[in-house]
Design a protein around this ligand. Structure first.
Ligand SMILES: *Cc1c(COP(=O)(O)O)cnc(C)c1O
Length: 381
């Protein structure tokens, strides 16, 4: 088989390795100075008052939902086109996720469809920058203010991105980042909650640490969790955040290589970026054009994988995930734009060390596989 090109790969240097070794030489492996420094890097970047480090993006979203007072009987508006964590955090609280279809350009919640989904039970909105695209986030924030809804920004895919003059991670009552190995920065596992609200921050600090508030280790003011971030993970994060400009630049370069190569493709559509957006690239996802049938996508992904190229179907619609569909009676056709897009997306290999030569191989293989697929339909032109 030809060269293997993985879907993603973390960017770890000797500096991260040294930082981990340094922590292991100290007695403080959790709740120490490193998480505080890591948190400070985030308040500086986003301009928020508070940052609370947690064990994952999902844990951060869960804390944010609980701190927002979301619970049984509440409805929370959100997007069906995302990684499942943005809906799971709603389900954990016993609240009901109410999906709103997406805008085919930004792949984020369609603002024109939002008002119709609001009911007297609506309490909050979980907004997501799909694939790091912040389009519509300022409008979503205005909508939340107007309707007195609490906006939680699931910014897990957009670290370092800017819309207008606003950083991703600065919208709504709170924002949450995640540091799984495929994200813009990684700590192995980890997350960060950001907010300007003192009470909200205090609640999140207590929730991540078994409901402890104040000095006593065995006084639990409320039901909490163990969502702490270890000093080992924080040490990796500090170095990654120091390297953020370099990491984002590397991603911009790879995305640029793909866009240059694929802009004129008959087979795929590349992401739409407008001028008011400084994109932070999380993944590189293309969409098959209407030359293809929805069934073609999975077969194209399988053929690419057979050629040694990591590809994925980001994201299957959340409302059609079996456990969500069962609980809320969703069926195909409920959110047609999301379903149309989701049936045609292909995430291509995307990571900092991806070389122009490898981008070339990926694109040539994609062309070949797409061409063969069309020939099968007798659609070759
Ligand atoms: C990555 C991600 C999360 C958080 O993921 P963790 O693996 O828990 O850190 C949440 N929401 C979205 C949209 C994500 O992409």
């Amino acid at each position: 088989m030809a060269q293997q090109i993985p879907l993603s790969s973390p960017d770890i240097t000797q500096a991260e390795i040294d930082a981990v070794v340094d922590v292991l030489h100290t007695p403080t492996l959790s709740i120490g100075p490193r998480i505080e420094s890591f948190e400070e890097q985030f308040t500086k970047l986003t301009g928020r008052r508070h940052a609370v480090g947690v064990s994952s993006g999902t844990a951060g979203l869960h804390c944010a939902m609980v701190a927002a007072g979301v619970g049984p009987g509440d409805e929370v508006l959100t997007t069906p086109f995302s990684f499942v964590a943005s809906t799971n955090c709603i389900l954990y609280t016993g609240a009901r996720p109410v999906f709103v279809d997406i805008d085919p350009k930004t792949l984020n919640i369609d603002m024109t469809k939002l008002a119709a989904a609001v009911t007297p039970k609506t309490k909050a909105i979980v907004g997501v920058e799909a694939f790091g695209h912040p389009g519509g986030m300022p409008e979503l924030e205005q909508f939340a203010q107007k309707h007195e809804l609490l906006l939680i920004e699931d910014s897990c895919e957009g670290l370092g991105g800017i819309v207008g003059k606003r950083q991703i991670g600065s919208f709504g009552r709170a924002s949450v980042f995640g540091f799984y190995p495929n994200k813009q920065i990684t700590t192995g596992e980890g997350g960060m909650i950001l907010t300007d609200d003192d009470k909200f921050a205090a609640a999140c600090r207590a929730l991540r640490n078994q409901g402890r508030e104040g000095m006593s280790w065995l006084a639990h003011q409320r039901l909490g969790y163990n969502y702490r971030l270890s000093e080992i993970n924080a040490a990796i994060g500090i170095v990654q955040m120091r390297r953020l400009p370099e990491l984002l630049e590397a991603r911009r370069r790879v995305a640029g290589d793909y866009i240059t190569r694929l802009m004129t493709s008959r087979y795929v559509i590349v992401p739409t970026i407008t001028e008011d957006i400084s994109m932070s690239w999380f993944v590189f996802v293309v969409r098959l054009t209407d030359l293809f049938e929805p069934e073609d996508r999975d077969s194209i992904i399988m053929q690419m994988r057979a050629e040694g190229i990591g590809c994925s179907n980001y994201f299957p619609p959340i409302h059609l995930q079996p456990y969500v569909a069962r609980q809320f009676g969703h069926k195909p056709g409920d959110f047609p734009v999301c379903e149309y897009v989701a049936a045609r997306t292909i995430a291509l290999p995307f990571f900092n060390q991806l070389q122009p030569r490898q981008v070339q191989i990926v694109c040539e293989t994609l062309d070949k596989v797409c061409e063969t697929t069309l020939m099968k339909h007798g659609k070759r032109m």
